[in-house]
Design a protein around this ligand. Structure first.
Ligand code: HSE
Length: 328
């Protein structure tokens, strides 16, 4: 299956490297970063283009834009991993629409378009007979969308609880375990490349809220928005609060919850027992689903990272490759 990859940040590089390294039946025929593009229907020489980007700051021809790749390259599926804009979703919404209009499948890790325009984009994909998949938007490598769609098919999902932001979890872990200040821990999380470009998205609970919106709309067909989430971040938490929780055998985690029967859609720091399944360390994410048949299921895994997020994207691509005859 031929792939056009737009976005060459940490996630895009991970996808490019894994497709090149592993024999998956995927060929990259279009590639764009923010400054340039390259296309070849027979397949691009990815290692050379990545080296070129390292040396020169861009991967291809500066006269070829991202939209040129989407509109003109020869590909079956677009991998859209450009930076998230949670307010407008643009330019990524426009990119996704341009690919769907050409009847190309789309796989994205971009939270903005899926939180803001999921219904419209899904309808457009359906009308064009192609897939729109976004496993990588929530909880990095954890296959939550595949689990909901396949493993838990037929279950009623009654509620979900999750640690959905690796940066906050890392900060809370480092403050509690090593006595770091909030500022020191945040600086470390940024250095490790887990935080959003604007880390206030992480620490104020906005990133976790966006992921909660994506999950709620996906599971229950709701049309909730970021403003519907009752959101409190961890930016005002003091080391004293963590110490007090510790005295009681507890700790603090930023928990996202969706409980439709109680009308709850909330992200907030919660005091929980250390033995609770949602108490994971560092940048791990965790998600508990409460269901009618399977009862409680908890998934734990890496919530961010280049290759970890590539795992979710490649899972979506191979799902499309297997499912849609004729495009592979
Ligand atoms: N900033 C996000 C996090 C990255 O820390 O979880 C993954 O969405």
């Amino acid at each position: 299956m031929k792939i056009a990859l737009i976005g060459l940040g940490s996630v895009g590089r991970g996808v490019a490297e894994m497709i090149t390294k592993k024999d998956l039946g995927l060929t990259i025929t279009g590639l764009a970063d923010s400054k340039s593009g390259a296309m070849d229907p027979k397949g691009l020489d990815i290692p050379t283009l990545l080296t070129h980007k390292k040396k020169n700051g861009h991967c291809g021809d500066p006269d070829i834009s991202t939209l040129d790749i989407i509109k003109k390259a020869d590909y079956d599926a677009l991998v859209e991993v450009t930076p998230t804009n949670a307010l407008s979703g643009e330019p990524a919404i426009g990119y996704i629409k341009a690919a769907l209009a050409r009847k190309k499948h789309v796989v994205t890790s971009n939270k903005g378009p899926i939180a803001l325009a999921n219904k419209e984009l899904r309808t457009m994909a359906q009308e064009n007979g192609v897939a729109l998949r976004y496993e990588a938007t929530v909880a990095g490598a954890i296959p939550i969308m595949h689990t909901l769609e396949h493993g838990l098919a037929g279950n009623d999902i009654l509620a979900l609880y999750g640690v959905l932001n690796g940066t906050c979890n890392y900060i809370l872990t480092r403050m509690a375990d090593e006595g770091l200040t909030y500022e020191q821990a945040l600086m470390e999380a940024r250095e490790m490349g887990y935080a959003e470009a604007d880390p206030t998205y992480d620490v104020k609970g906005i990133d976790a809220s966006i992921k909660l919106v994506i999950l709620a709309n996906n599971i229950w067909g709701h049309d909730v928005r970021l403003t519907d989430v009752d959101c409190t971040g961890i930016d005002l938490l003091t080391p004293d609060a963590l110490r007090l929780a510790d005295d009681e055998g507890c700790t603090i985690r930023l928990i996202a919850e969706a409980i439709p029967r109680k009308n709850i859609l909330r992200v907030s720091p919660r005091i929980i027992e250390k033995s609770h399944p949602l108490v994971v360390d560092g940048t791990l994410n965790a998600l508990t689903l409460e269901t009618d048949m399977a009862k409680e299921i908890t998934l734990i895994g890496r919530g961010a990272g280049s290759v970890e997020t590539a795992s979710a994207i490649i899972g979506d691509l191979l799902y499309i490759k297997d499912r849609y005859d004729g495009s592979a």
